[in-house]
Design a protein around this ligand. Structure first.
Ligand SMILES: [Zn+2]
Length: 215
């Protein structure tokens, strides 16, 4: 089964870790960008990242695996397959996330929330709200990649945790070096079909896998 070092090597090998000078969704700048679709475009790789997540939650008596569109649900699908459980996804409406398409998320169900990359935890917060509104119980949060300091309850399990820094524009060392600024994510490039959320990142040499779980 994939361990954190192998996972980190795959991120590099498949060029999911980009180095340069990036404008994040949050407006902050960073020297590293995680382009998770370099993994998710390969179903076999998504499956490999799903394995440690499924193993971590195997004894959690999960009834339903939930992940956000677009990338999260791809990982949730693989985790659901390994756990032998159904999946569901909420969709954004004006009033937050809502359950459409007849998905049954009901009181007392034990729900595992899965994401591809957790950056600020904002999306996870919205999903948690959509789950708890139904009376279902959240038994865990799992992801492929997690940025270090995310305050989420329950604490997410990540295959790879990274300690990535980002900077406000007026204190960005990359701006000072006049490196060209690149926008990534769905709002920036027509070719990018997913909001690659605001991965917050630092100089490349600080990229490291800290642990197999995360904080
Ligand atoms: Zn900058």
């Amino acid at each position: 089964m994939l361990n954190r070092n192998e996972a980190l090597n795959l991120l590099r090998e498949y060029k999911a870790i980009l180095e340069g000078h990036f404008l994040l969704t949050s407006g902050r700048h960073s020297g590293v960008y995680v382009e998770k679709f370099r993994l998710l475009e390969h179903p076999d790789l998504t499956a490999r990242f799903a394995e440690p997540i499924a193993e971590h939650f195997r004894e959690a008596n999960v009834d339903l695996v939930v992940g956000p569109l677009t990338g999260g649900v791809l990982v949730a699908h693989e985790v659901g397959k390994l756990l032998g459980k159904p999946i569901a996804f909420p969709e954004r409406s004006r009033d937050g996330m809502e359950w459409r398409r007849g998905f049954q998320v009901t009181e007392g169900q034990r729900v595992l929330i899965i994401e591809d990359v957790i950056t600020t935890g904002k999306t996870i917060g919205e999903i948690k709200e959509a789950v708890t509104r139904t009376g279902a119980e959240i038994v865990g949060i799992g992801c492929m990649i997690c940025r270090g300091k995310i305050d989420l309850n329950p604490t997410p399990f990540a295959v790879v945790s990274m300690n990535l820094a980002s900077y406000p524009e007026d204190r960005c060392p990359l701006c000072r070096r006049n490196l060209p600024l690149e926008k990534r994510g769905s709002r920036a490039e027509k070719n990018d079909n997913h909001a690659a959320t605001n991965n917050e990142h630092p100089p490349s040499n600080e990229v490291s896998a800290e642990s197999n779980s995360q904080s």
